[in-house]
Design a protein. Structure first.
Ligand code: GDP
Ligand code: ZN
Length: 296
């Protein structure tokens, strides 16, 4: 039996990539077809690629066992994702910093590592660039500055993608497909992020697909977090999803400090120092939002 990863699923068939990179068309054992253990793209499985497998007549292999999942996303439906690449453009469209924070909360919640990729650097002059980069001081995430047009920063992005399974996220028009195409010309994005735009609005559910990158990583062909429908998130837990506050844990006067109006709050004392003011504003905004409806 071989170990492999499901990279594509359609009509009851699964493409399973083995460690050499070869793909095998397989069917699945009955119990793996539906329900919680229903196979999905991203799953690690044990499979028997044998052509003479007696269970099937048409010569495909058979998936015998689903290996434990590290995580599972619902939109796009894919498992074992390592990281989220949040893409925003510095201009056209302007960067939506609050949406960045929302996506980063999502990443924390799903236990994905995250990187912020600020694209279209070619559209801003030096001064403007300096002002924009000043806004991300003390961001507790790696920040990449890229241009799909002039190629700057693409090596760093490729390095970050290498060996990982990544989901790209960000609003339409920021350059997600352009970045992937620039890194890897010929990537079959016609079935992916590009066509997702065409499909938007129609309620089609399609299986995600994992695209293999030359740098050794893979990328989900469907952008993530296009709808930020958080399952219930408690206001009390929100601070856990702000790694910005981690170094200050336990330093507030009150043990259950929410970092809003309590006296001797170590977090509030650090705003403008080790805490980015804009990030704190987002935290406060979300706390209020959660207070109103307990979900967002
Ligand atoms: P997506 O919706 O996030 O996949 O965005 P696209 O990749 O389709 O890009 C949207 C538009 O922005 C296209 O017209 C691209 O040519 C343009 N674009 C993408 N990246 C850059 C960039 O780095 N610089 C500039 N100037 N334009 C870009
Ligand atoms: Zn506090």
């Amino acid at each position: 039996m071989l170990k492999g990863k499901v990279v594509k699923a359609a009509g009851g068939f699964f493409s399973v990539r083995d460690k050499s990179g070869a793909e095998h068309v397989c069917r699945a054992r009955g119990t793996l077809k539906r329900g919680k253990n229903g196979l999905m793209v991203g799953d690690w499985v044990l499979f028997d690629p044998s052509e003479e497998n007696s269970v099937t007549e048409s010569g495909e292999g058979i998936i015998e066992k689903l290996l434990p999942r590290i995580n599972r996303l619902y939109r796009p439906p894919v498992s074992n994702v390592d990281q989220l690449i949040v893409v925003m453009s510095l201009k056209e469209p302007e960067c939506d910093w609050q949406l960045v924070s929302r996506m980063l909360i999502f990443a924390e919640k799903e236990k994905l590592s995250a990187v912020l990729c600020l694209n279209k650097t070619d559209l801003v002059g030096e001064k403007e660039f300096a002002a924009l980069t000043g806004q991300v001081d003390y961001y507790p995430y790696q920040i990449l500055y890229t241009s799909a047009v002039n190629g700057s920063g693409l090596e760093q992005l490729e390095e970050r993608l290498s060996g990982q399974c990544s989901v790209f996220a960000g609003p339409s028009g920021v350059g997600k497909s352009s970045l992937l195409n620039a890194i890897e010309p010929g990537l079959s994005l016609q079935t992916g992020i590009v066509s997702e735009k065409i499909k938007r609005g129609r309620h089609t559910t399609r299986q995600a697909e994992l695209l293999n990158l030359k740098c050794g990583g893979s990328v989900v062909d469907t952008p993530g977090f296009t709808r930020l429908d958080f399952s219930k998130l408690e206001a009390d837990k929100l601070a856990d999803y702000f790694p910005d506050f981690d170094p200050l844990l336990g330093r507030c006067g009150f043990r259950n400090c929410r970092h809003i109006s309590e006296p001797e709050c170590a977090v509030r004392q650090e705003i403008g120092r080790s805490i980015n003011p804009m990030r704190y504003d987002h935290y406060k905004y979300f706390i209020q939002e959660l207070g109103k409806q307990e979900v967002f």
